[in-house]
Design a protein around this ligand. Structure first.
Ligand SMILES: Nc1ncnc2c1ncn2[C@@H]1O[C@H](COP(=O)(O)OP(=O)(O)OP(=O)(O)O)[C@@H](O)[C@H]1O
Ligand SMILES: [Mg+2]
Length: 225
């Protein structure tokens, strides 16, 4: 079943001499439950594409459909709500709120959505992420892996149908990287989510169902593995 469809998507930054065509007419269809790795050289447009898929940035032209909803047709406020409910974002640098504890950081998107907290799910998440013993700690008191696991918890708390990760292991050693990828794989299976992950790590890319290579703003190859 198709979950996400991208039609003639382009994104340019700047004007005149400084204009950069970061994405050039991308077309793409992604099924529910797929694990997709996005690879390609630095500056090729990977993060730009991920941000457009997640409704974070507006395209210059073209459309992104999620469950047949044209997300850039939504009003800004509706898009913010749609994003919070349907999309989980994970970054290389964890972007945690420094004055909030692990648990508070994880719960933030649920609270912004005025949701009643599903305590059972939260406990399950804290256990799966191996953060139970750190739930009342601040980010500054955590290791890199623990901080990244907290940011994964925050991305998953609203049970999004799509998880977007921009080099989630880029800042971690190989042991922690392996754990983070395993965890993401387990979680997306368990909650029937679609995972789209940018990575520079060939070993991680090979674990995906499909590898999309971006070069100079275009899809150079798209392979099921
Ligand atoms: N806000 C911006 N303003 C101007 N140009 C930008 C902006 N963001 C990205 N770019 C340019 O768009 C192109 C694509 O950038 P993008 O961040 O998508 O690359 P990337 O593939 O994620 O690279 P990396 O692997 O280094 O993260 C680059 O040439 C970059 O300089
Ligand atoms: Mg990038």
């Amino acid at each position: 079943m198709e979950l996400l469809r991208v039609e003639n998507l382009s994104k340019s930054y700047g004007k005149g001499e400084a204009k950069v065509d970061a994405l050039k007419n991308i077309n793409l269809s992604i099924k529910k439950g797929e694990f997709i790795a996005i690879v390609g050289p630095s500056g090729s447009g990977k993060s730009t594409l991920l941000h457009l898929l997640g409704g974070v940035d507006k395209p210059t032209s073209g459309n992104v459909f999620i469950n047949d909803i044209n997300i850039y047709d939504l009003k800004e406020k509706d898009l913010a709500i749609f994003r919070r409910r349907n999309i989980g974002l994970i970054y290389q640098f964890y972007n945690l709120i420094p004055v909030l504890t692990v648990k508070e950081n994880i719960l933030l998107p649920a609270e912004l959505d005025n949701r009643e907290i599903d305590k059972e799910y939260l406990e399950d998440l804290l256990k799966t992420l191996d953060l139970k013993e750190r739930e009342n700690h601040l980010p500054s008191e955590l290791s890199g892996g623990q901080q990244q696991r907290t940011s994964i918890g925050r991305a998953l708390i609203n049970r999004p149908s799509i998880v977007l990760a921009d080099e989630p292991t880029g800042n971690l050693d190989s042991k922690n990287s392996k754990e983070i990828v395993e965890l993401l794989k387990v979680s997306v299976k368990k909650y029937n989510q679609t995972l789209i992950m940018i990575t520079h790590d060939t070993n991680i890319a090979l674990q995906a169902d499909r590898v999309i290579t971006i070069e100079d703003g275009i899809i150079k190859s798209d392979e099921v593995i």
